[in-house]
Design a protein around this ligand. Structure first.
Ligand SMILES: Cc1cc2nc3c(=O)[nH]c(=O)nc-3n(C[C@H](O)[C@H](O)[C@H](O)COP(=O)(O)O)c2cc1C
Length: 369
């Protein structure tokens, strides 16, 4: 059989969940720690996102659905009215700047959390501490042993995700991205080294995917499947995650459990176009697939990630998420269109602290007078 599929152009429009995107470039979710101590998005954040309004889709940073799910200092929440009002200011600024659709990533940190930051002992599938130091308001501290979630905690957390999704829509977002990647709570349920449960939420692959499926279904029921995306990072050893030999079984099971739900998209972090897991996911997922290429960790490629993006489009991705290229280039889309050089990330430290410095002061090309 001849493959009649043609590779879409990175800058060509797309439709996702019925929403029209001006191009196929997605600003990947990035935690920037510029919210208030209470997790309220600020005016500075509205400026930052509005500067990046030409992205086809913005996925705004990891945002907690409840107090205990908070990860690091000055991260955002979407579980109280001040936080919702702060986010509304952000979505209005992006819209006023001519921006397209915007999703909010909902993240529960699970064991990646500290009482000095959240005010609570963290909750996780099993009482196994993150084997790393954690940023707290008083500096880096050992991660505490989390409390094992009871079935009641599990039900309440699922409900908090659904409520957070409704709040996000009330704040002007077009949808939400459920965060099941990078070693946070949902990933902790998926992975055998962080989930030692012996009830229906642990054990074999079929049980370990249940929490991600339950959260995604609850969010889809709350705001509609076409407003619901899901992010995964298969095999990614981050935040102490070790999927062992399970990656090849876990993700096909998870993807096929959700394939018939009509979700807006599946977002694969750190995707490698030639890998078996990526190919299997593309084959199994009938809807829009966002792929986030694996770029060098220490520097941005001179082309801003364009070549890596095009390889993934050729390997079947519908949309390409870029993180640091958007962080350092508010006008990334124009730069990729014209071939203008990209700004490098100036100072890695300023990714997570620093107010306007290293945040809203990256220059446009040519510099705005
Ligand atoms: C400063 C920073 C913050 C990040 N925060 C998040 C986050 O909140 N949620 C998430 O899923 N990934 C997060 N990531 C990962 C990015 O979404 C992306 O997967 C990663 O940076 C690789 O893409 P890149 O090479 O284009 O930057 C973050 C990355 C960076 C650099």
């Amino acid at each position: 059989m001849t493959d009649t599929r043609t590779t879409p152009n990175l800058l060509a429009p797309a439709t996702v969940g019925g929403l029209r995107l001006a191009n196929r470039l997605v600003m990947a979710p990035m935690t920037r720690n510029r919210a208030t101590a209470e997790g309220v998005p600020t005016a500075l954040m509205a400026t930052y996102y509005a500067q990046r309004a030409t992205a086809g889709l913005i996925v705004a940073e990891a945002t907690t659905p409840n107090a205990v799910g908070r990860t690091y200092p000055n991260t955002t929440g979407v579980h109280d009215s001040a936080q919702v009002a702060g986010w509304r200011r952000v979505t209005q600024a992006v819209r006023a700047a001519g921006g397209g659709p915007m999703f909010l990533q909902i993240q529960h940190g699970g064991r990646v959390g500290h009482p000095d930051t959240s005010g609570h002992t963290p909750l996780a599938p099993s009482p196994i501490a993150l084997p790393e130091l954690l940023h707290t308001p008083a500096g880096k501290r050992p991660a505490p042993v989390p409390r094992e979630m009871t079935p009641h905690d599990i039900g309440a957390t699922v409900a908090d995700f659904a409520a957070a999704a409704r709040n996000a829509v009330a704040a002007g977002f077009d949808g939400v991205e459920v965060h099941s990647a990078n070693g946070y709570l949902l990933h902790q349920f998926l992975s055998p080294n962080t989930n030692h449960r012996t009830d229906a939420w642990g054990g074999g692959v079929a049980n370990r995917i249940r929490f991600t499926v339950a959260v995604t279904e609850a969010v889809a029921a709350a705001i509609g499947p076409r407003r619901t995306g899901l992010r995964i990072s298969p095999g990614r050893a981050v935040n102490g995650i070790d999927e062992g030999d399970d990656t090849g079984a876990l993700y096909p099971a998870l993807v096929s459990a959700l394939a018939g739900h009509g979700l807006a998209y599946l977002h694969v972090g750190f995707a490698e176009p030639g890998s078996a897991v990526y190919r299997d996911i593309r084959e199994q997922w009938p809807g829009a697939l966002i792929a986030n290429p694996l770029l060098p960790a220490d520097r941005l490629p001179a082309d801003g990630g364009r070549h890596a993006a095009e390889l993934l489009l050729a390997a079947g991705a519908d949309l390409i998420a870029l993180g640091r290229p958007f962080l350092a280039n508010p006008d990334l889309v124009a730069r990729l269109r014209t071939g203008a050089p990209v700004n490098p990330v100036r100072d890695r430290y300023l990714m997570y602290v620093g107010g306007a410095t290293g945040y809203t002061d990256y220059p446009f090309h040519p510099p705005v007078a």
